[in-house]
Design a protein around this ligand. Structure first.
Ligand code: MTE
Ligand code: MO
Length: 313
């Protein structure tokens, strides 16, 4: 991939052992904005977001450590391949990520189809260490490589009527054995409100731990929206479309009561079948409290001012 600057600056997987060495270099990124955001949440969350209930203590954020490359690449949700998290890496091993094009269009002035190499050349990847919180109540910390989605959207120039962004995953039954499963309205689709898509935290990822993405993590291009449940972070994207109306998503089509369009990480709003108040960090023994907006409230709470997050979940 054409990201020599990043590639040479970032460690290869065999160089990251011990993990502490990598972590020390990156500590600022890992703990900076996100940890601090949770600590000051009570003071600075805009009124009316429902982010903090008066009288309820904000949980003290626990220190975050990077998950290992092995953990991140061997415990995956990717239903196009399997419902078995440990089988995804094996079943996706030969997935073809090149050639690959991404069509960006809809309500834009300059619709374009990009080759994946064009994207990494136009928008050089930077490192972003984010928590990933699955709606199933487990989480990880992942050092992504990627670029802000906003940069790509600016390049195609959103037109006046554009209010939402719709994302679509590849739909190739020859390569994706899970597509045979009945009951799923493939292809996998997701969506964001345009202001969420333009938020600087929202990235398109092309790699992690300084390496190109592996198929199980959504190669060659996947979305990462760190303050939302993991299912919003759609993998192997082939199409990005700006639209006027809130787009349908695979999960809200299957179970609207369980997986809303917004899917903001929120310890106060339970999934109908389990609490979201705490989570299991992969690699840790005891559970940790779930943070409002997954610890990114300082950056994103303002997007939801005036909304009732227990209604628009
Ligand atoms: N196309 C597609 N994207 C997807 C999924 C999927 O099944 N198909 N699973 C989602 C879920 S539920 C999660 S938690 C994350 C997991 O990302 P990871 O395997 O890279 O940790 O991917 C999300 N993106
Ligand atoms: Mo998930």
């Amino acid at each position: 991939m054409k990201t020599d600057r990043i590639q040479s600056a970032a460690p290869k997987p065999h160089e990251i052992t011990p993990k502490e060495v990598y972590l020390n270099r990156r500590q600022f990124l890992a703990l900076g904005a996100a940890g601090a955001a949770a600590a000051v949440l009570a003071a600075c969350a805009p009124a009316g977001t429902g982010a903090v209930q008066p009288g309820q203590p904000t949980p003290t954020p626990l220190p975050d450590e990077l998950n290992s490359f092995e953990e991140i690449t061997n415990y995956n949700n990717y239903y196009e391949f399997s419902l078995d998290k440990q089988a995804v890496a094996v079943l996706s091993k030969d997935f073809r990520t090149s050639p690959w094009t991404v069509e960006v269009g809809g309500l834009v002035n300059r619709p374009q189809t990009f080759g994946i190499e064009d994207l990494t050349r136009l928008f050089p990847p930077e490192e972003r260490i984010y928590r990933l919180r699955c709606v199933e109540a487990w989480s990880m910390v992942i050092p992504w490589l990627g670029f802000p989605l906003a940069e790509l959207l600016k390049a195609v120039e959103p037109a006046g009527g554009a209010k939402y962004v719709r994302f679509v995953t590849l739909n190739d039954p020859d390569q994706m054995p899970g597509l045979d499963m009945p009951g799923y309205p493939w292809p996998y689709q997701e969506g964001l409100r345009l202001d969420e898509a333009m938020n600087p935290l929202t990235i398109l990822s092309t790699g992690l731990y300084g390496e190109p993405l592996l198929p199980q993590n959504g190669a060659p291009l996947r979305l990462v929206v760190p303050w939302k449940y993991g299912f919003k972070s759609i993998k192997s994207i082939v199409k990005i479309e700006l639209v006027e109306k809130e787009p349908e998503t695979l999960w809200s089509t299957i179970a609207p009561r369980e997986y809303g369009f917004y899917a903001n990480v929120n310890p106060e709003v339970s999934h109908p079948r389990w609490s979201q108040a705490s989570e299991r960090r992969i690699g840790e023994l005891s559970r940790r409290p779930t943070l409002m907006f997954n610890g990114y409230a300082e950056d994103v709470a303002g997007l939801y001012a005036g909304m009732d997050l227990s209604v628009d979940y």
